[in-house]
Design a protein around this ligand. Structure first.
Ligand SMILES: C[S@@+](CC[C@H](N)C(=O)[O-])C[C@H]1O[C@@H](n2cnc3c(N)ncnc32)[C@H](O)[C@@H]1O
Length: 334
């Protein structure tokens, strides 16, 4: 690792993180239907596999969003001129960030937040080669935890305006209710006058979605199955990966694509000494990606006190990038 990368702030201590992972897996496998939160897809291997997904032909969101950022970033720069501290939520490979930082010469700090510690820190080391003078405050935390999010953002220098950068349509991994709570919490922690620059996918074509979440190369399948490998590695599980298959299901009624791991057979699996039975065809629900065609991201954001400033829409797919600000008095919405 590059010695120049500052020591990360760990809001969620590894021992608590491991306990939270164990809790979510044991509770999720005991539930009916079985489910494990998608946050746990991202260990180091998971993050690398996600990056490989973004390079596939089938996964349109990264191309669509990057195209929007390349075309319109200068417009955001005019809105965010002057000293600004950039907070990136779910920073991952920190790739799109370069487009943002290159138009913000007055950026005073960069604070990436991610749960996948090693991957994010290595990505940050690479960013620092291109932006050597920029103070960086990497934070390892679960952004869905209101307290952790608040403490992370409080580490930002207070003299600069705050700009939250949240690309990747990661907001779609939350249910609409959870997304509303998150946008409220984010706004409260950032404070009045802050900006939010966020990607939201509104694609609804079932064929495009199914291909994007079950690519022909099988990389999304490997990403999903890595969760079982992670349970085996970290929680003494005995999942036989070859007895499970990846499935992407388009759920039109809920405006989302779901990822599942489906058992090919009746079987018993042990995790941390507890046995879990699977019927043939029974699945573990591992991810939701909500699409904002019907839900409308701007309405959700307005309900959380954010005011729309700009919306960029891709021509080929229905990917949207929104720039919003946080007025001192949240606008009344009905
Ligand atoms: C869909 S990827 C997007 C990555 C990148 N921002 C992009 O646009 O390609 C989601 C990112 O959020 C991180 N992540 C997922 N759930 C998280 C959580 N609850 N708290 C913190 N980071 C999380 C993952 O590790 C991953 O880097």
């Amino acid at each position: 690792m590059n010695a120049a990368v500052p020591r990360p702030v760990i809001e969620d201590q590894p021992v608590f993180m491991a306990a939270a992972f164990a809790h979510d897996v044991l509770a999720g496998l005991a539930a009916e239907p079985k489910t494990i939160p998608c946050t746990w897809l991202y260990d180091r291997e998971g993050s690398e596999l996600f990056e490989a997904i973004t390079r596939t032909q089938a996964y349109y969101p990264t191309r669509a969003e990057t195209g929007l950022l390349q075309s319109h970033m200068a417009e955001l720069a005019t809105l965010a001129s002057g000293p600004v501290a950039v907070i990136e939520i779910g920073a991952g490979s920190i790739t799109k960030t370069r487009l943002l930082l290159s138009v913000l010469p007055a950026a005073t700090a960069y604070l990436p937040i991610d749960i996948s510690a090693e991957f994010m820190l290595e990505s940050l080391a690479s960013l620092r080669l291109d932006f050597p003078g920029l103070p960086c405050i990497p934070v390892i935390a679960d952004f869905t935890d209101r307290d952790s999010l608040h403490k992370a953002i409080a580490r930002c220098p207070s003299h600069a305006r705050r700009l939250a950068f949240f690309p990747g349509s990661t907001i779609g991994n939350l249910t609409p209710d959870a997304a509303l709570d998150f946008l409220n919490a984010l706004g409260e922690s950032l404070g009045p006058g802050s900006l939010l620059a966020i990607g939201a996918d509104a694609t609804s074509d079932a064929d495009i979605l199914k291909r994007a979440y079950d690519d022909p190369e099988g990389i999304t399948a490997a990403f999903n199955l890595n969760l079982l490998a992670r349970v085996n590695r970290e929680l003494g599980g005995d999942f036989r990966l070859e007895t499970f298959r990846h499935e992407a299901r388009v759920n039109q009624a809920k405006d989302r694509v779901e990822m599942h791991l489906v058992s090919n057979t009746n079987q018993e699996v042990n995790v941390l000494g507890r046995a879990f039975h699977f019927r043939e065809g029974e699945s573990i629900h591992t991810e939701n990606s909500h699409k904002f065609g019907n839900i409308r991201f701007e309405h959700l954001a307005a309900r959380a006190g954010w005011r729309s400033q700009m919306v960029w829409k891709s021509s080929e797919h229905q990917f949207e990038f929104h720039v919003l600000d946080r007025p001192a008095e949240p606008a009344l919405t009905f």
